[in-house]
Design a protein around this ligand. Sequence first.
Ligand code: PLP
Length: 386
Amino acid sequence: MKTVYLDNNATTQVAPEVVEAMLPFLREHYGNPSSMHAFGGRVEAPVEEARASVAKLIGADQPSEIIFTSCGTEADSTAIWSALNTETDKNHIITTRVEHPAVRSLALHLKRKGYRITELPVDSAGLIDPRDVERAITKKTAIISIMSANNETGVLFPIEEIGRIAAGYGVKLHTDAVQLVGKQPLDVRNLNVNFLALSGHKIHAPKGVGALYVKRGTRFRPFLIGGHQERGRRGGTEAVPNVVALGKAAELALDHVTEERTHVRALRDWLEQGLLEAIPRSQVNGDLLNRLPNTTNVSFEHVEGEAILLMMSDLGIAASSGSACTSGSLEPSHVLRAMGVPYTFAHGSIRFSLSRYNTADEVEYVLEHMPPIIARLREISPFWKD
Ligand code: PLP
């Protein structure tokens, strides 16, 4: 069966060039970069090249500002714990209501441990007001952790402006840029952030690798305490094949970032417009301008997201829904709830997220099949009236 993969914010296809780049490090060059012998030493230079390539992708001044991690979640945890462990007299964290669980669940965990958490609201377009950040800062604020782009709606946050505010008060800023990296040009030098998290599997590298940018001069404590790897900033033998893969993916992301804003955006806009035109009572969730070029979150009133996904899946179309089945009840996502999306729409929300590998034929296929899917589900919906 045909597969149309439109779930790239969940994970991405590993680029063929990335597979090629990592294979020698699985087959032949399997040494440990910390070993004294030449066999191990042979993998040291490729790891450093990968570091330089990740640094270049995000505009870091120096490769040494990049620490390799196992995933985006580890990078987020490392940043937040580092701030708490270096500023032990502070107990306050500022974040938002729409963070990914990588940050949100940690914040809830810390709240249970006695930390004070401020979760900033978003407006109906999913945007945050930087003035709210300023109002929330206190002398006890150890770190502000705000995502660069939302994974469900693609909405972009004003990190540069928040960075200026945070720096003005001398408060550390972390941004979870897992969804932004590779989709928008990025220059950390303009952002005034201390930390930035990214993840390999969102940019066509395999799962199992991520990175944390730590601005030079930022006080730091490791999250994984162990060996002296990563200049003592993360214990654990480097996952050399994955690190090399991330380096290659970063290089490709830089080459393709313009394509994201042209080819990918054009396909996304066509898909979105086509759905809105063909399906009555549908709407896009999230600000239309401040948005990633690859993401659209569309709600279809009075249908269940899960039911839509299942019918799409039968036709080979992969996407995500904005509701999660927890403890038997279908709860709309915390992001859509924070935006105040009415329940009748929030339940029927589908996130389509594209990549450079998607084609016009695929969008046409989805546009052909979505209207009958929604119509069929509405026929059996007790709430739907034409
Ligand atoms: N942050 C955001 C915004 C994400 O979308 C994700 C993954 O979906 C993560 C963090 C976690 O990344 P990883 O899966 O690499 O741990």
